[in-house]
Design a protein around this ligand. Structure first.
Ligand SMILES: [Zn+2]
Length: 266
């Protein structure tokens, strides 16, 4: 798959005030062609797109909801084009410098724990053997999905991460309130799922310096934001960018988001 390097991002993202999109510079040396006798070497991936899905279904007027057909198209595209889904442990190993990226890396994340993540997404992910991560507010977990369903999802390769306890903005809370949100979420997920939760997702992308300090103190190793972009070595592991997915992301835009770090924002 060729990587288009035309720098369009400045113009194309101009209509998306507040997204904070800052395409990073391209790595050098990728245009050097090998001599004819040498095997063609694929340049290492420049980073990892961490895809952010929410609800899947037929809801109109909310572009964060993706139709079942479009979601299936996305997953089929990944499968047909040889994409490799990474777990968050594998993403962390890349960020730490302990492992290199495979060709065509991608991370799949689902926020909030809607029933359709279990009823629609899971079977598609299982069909392709894709790894993924679900971020669920622990205080609402058993109202959205049962613990048995969550265990079944885990067994099928879906990591369950914390999305706080009550899904309220952390960045406007006192340190004590934030500590409660983070501690309770970890305690509830760990107790019910028999795990040691290490991955976090900020509700509505809201956090402050205290949030980062608390996450670190509680042993969280990676946390994802809603800031657009790819994840690259050198990034703060508690401030990872994600690639937004919604119904407007047709296959043309989907491919751009997977192959161009400076993908156009819709
Ligand atoms: Zn959320």
């Amino acid at each position: 798959m060729s990587i288009v390097t035309i720098a369009l991002a400045g113009a194309l993202s101009a209509g998306c005030a507040g997204t904070g999109e800052k395409p990073a510079a391209k790595a050098g040396g990728q245009n050097v062609m090998p001599a004819a006798a040498e095997p063609v070497k694929t340049p290492p991936p420049a980073g990892v797109p961490v895809l952010m899905y929410h609800k899947i279904g037929g809801e109109k007027g909310n572009d964060a909801v993706i139709s079942e057909d479009r979601f299936a198209e996305h997953m089929e595209f990944l499968h047909k084009n040889g994409y490799r889904t990474l777990s968050l442990d594998e993403l962390e190993a890349y960020l730490d410098g302990r492992a290199e990226l495979p060709p065509n890396p991608v991370v799949l994340t689902f926020d909030d724990g809607y029933r359709d993540t279990y009823e629609i997404a899971l079977s598609v992910l299982k069909k392709y053997g894709f790894k993924s991560t679900l971020f669920i507010p622990a205080g609402e977990a058993d109202r959205r999905l049962t613990w048995e369903e969550l265990k079944e999802m885990k067994a099928a390769g879906m990591e369950i991460g914390s999305h706080s306890y009550s899904h309220r903005d952390l960045g406007v809370m006192t340190p004590a309130q934030q500590a409660t949100e983070i501690e309770r979420s970890k305690e509830v997920l760990d107790r019910n799922l028999g795990q040691d939760s290490r991955f976090f997702c900020y509700p509505n992308g809201s956090y402050d310096g205290e949030t980062l300090r608390l996450l670190k103190a509680k042993g969280f190793r990676l946390a994802v934001t809603i800031e657009p972009g790819w994840v690259k070595r050198g990034d703060n592991p508690l401030l990872l960018k994600r690639v937004w997915m919604g119904n407007g992301v047709d296959l043309k835009h989907f491919e751009a988001r997977l192959t161009r770090e400076d993908y156009p924002i819709l």
